[in-house]
Design a protein around this ligand. Sequence first.
Ligand SMILES: Cc1cc2nc3c(=O)[nH]c(=O)nc-3n(C[C@H](O)[C@H](O)[C@H](O)COP(=O)(O)OP(=O)(O)OC[C@H]3O[C@@H](n4cnc5c(N)ncnc54)[C@H](O)[C@@H]3O)c2cc1C
Length: 596
Amino acid sequence: MPPTYKAPLRDLRFVYYELFDGADLARLPGFEDATPDTAEAVLEEMGKIASEVLHPLNAVGDEQGCRLENGTVKTPDGFRDAWRLLREGGWMGLTARPEYGGQGMPYALGVAASEPMISANLAFSMYVFLTHGAYDALDHHASDELKRMVLPRLVDGSWAGTMCLTEPQSGTDLGLVRTRAVDAGDGVYRLTGSKIFISAGDHDLAENIVHLVLARMPDAPAGIKGISMFLVPKLRPEGGRLVPNGVSCSALEHKMGIKGSSTCVIDFDGSTGYLVGEANKGMRAMFTFMNAARLHVGVQGLALSEAAYQAAAAFARERLQGRALTGAKQPDKEADPILVHPDVRRMLLSIRAFNEGARALTAWIAMEIDHAQSNPDPERRREADDLASLLTPVVKAFQTDLGFEMANLALQVHGGYGYVREYGVEQIVRDARITQIYEGTNGIQALDLVGRKLPAHMGRYLRRFFHPVQRFLEEEAADPAMQEYVAPVAKAFERLQRATAWLAQESLKNPDQAGAAATDYLHLFGYVALGYLWARMAKVAREKLAAGAGADAGFYRAKLATARFYVQRMLPESGARFATLMAGSAPVMEFPDEAF
Ligand SMILES: Cc1cc2nc3c(=O)[nH]c(=O)nc-3n(C[C@H](O)[C@H](O)[C@H](O)COP(=O)(O)OP(=O)(O)OC[C@H]3O[C@@H](n4cnc5c(N)ncnc54)[C@H](O)[C@@H]3O)c2cc1C
């Protein structure tokens, strides 16, 4: 039974237009065309492309992988046609500015549309996502001349983009980057060095590839403060032609998953590059790319878990084994479907409750990013930016840690069939594993949350999350019917507040306290954020049912049942995370190094 995939359009509509006021985005300047009807049409069309074009290529990409032939990377069969289809449909420029040929849609719509694309085929989506990321970084930081040269080509998909940070000795610690950039005058630099693990570093989908490269100038300060960002095209425009620019792919990595995505060693040999942003401020420019990328990787965690859920739910309805503990449910058959077994239901509901909660969290942050960039009110812009900054590491790490865990549960639902290839779920597990590693490992996201985001502006970022949660809990405290959802969230929220106060005090005395607590704290945060959103979703569902939901009644009843499952069966994990982090760093740090 090969897996199938259908975009969760009803649930996307629920989070964007019923839980949140998606129509509000069309009131932001420049987004007047982003009406709910347009958004619905965009998502429906992407849903179709995902199911009919990208998903059938997912196993092909996994089987064939990429090949390096005569210095050029060949993508798996069908990827070129899919890229062409997206180009012709204007998908590369969905959220890009109209002046560069884009459609000028809100960022949040781009995020919503990316979910089905990733669910259907993560490996393929990497080429699109890196091109979008390069567009965004250049749009924010490049000179007008560079923008005119590159952006229209990224938007029409004739060129593609990459981010080149990692080197063999420089992964998490980018201060160790050795690639050199020497000033050749006239704003041109010559770059020499080798980058590893570069996603979409070379391929045959586009005519040209522009690399955003972190490098160091000869007189730059040591460490992270001496890193600059350069745009280095694979082929350099010269006299109306594209000529080779000393950029080559010398090897492809053989890896556990996302095999259809090329992961390249890219060598620069005196390659012409152009400075993007200010000299020695490359990390600032790259952070634009990395922040958007971190949110996007959080979507990858959710999207893979959604694909895994769909496969597991379909399997559990079909697979007949054993009888329900309370007596046969389908006595006419040889056995009952495994869906009747409490343990199988536990697994399916865990995945579902995570997916719908994560979809809400993603939508919330994506819409706040639109407000941060386009709201005319500076205070609203700042508030939105604070919240997005705070929650970006949570979305990245929590959603990919749980995304992987959930994909693994979906495999478990399949029993032995999950471990063999044709059911597709083992590919999802392998593909999901990288999301916890790239774009800053999840451990680094946790340190970012604890070390940078919590103390920022005397806790201002944190208040952007704590205040609305506190307000919601207080407002709902008076409604007895809401208590089954609200009371567990209030308890978990209180733990989060206590853990935050403890961290603020302890990490001043001993930084290892923060380091040892970080991952558990981030997870505690994630569980509370989803709990808050589940309580809000329950409120919406109750209101819709009370107003007479008609044909949608089943959808809202399932929402309420999933909310109940989340607060009763998943949110208690916040208690374990709280207890673990409050144990402090001693059990971790007092273990003698030589005993490892
Ligand atoms: C398939 C794939 C695609 C990739 N795509 C790209 C790409 O397109 N562009 C690009 O530039 N890079 C890319 N990368 C590289 C990726 O971003 C890095 O692998 C990642 O950032 C981690 O760096 P590292 O592998 O050197 O691990 P290290 O930095 O060596 O880390 C090893 C371990 O130590 C931990 N650690 C390190 N430092 C600290 C610290 N200060 N505190 C606590 N823990 C720490 C880490 O969390 C990790 O668990 C890709 C990697 C892969 C595998």
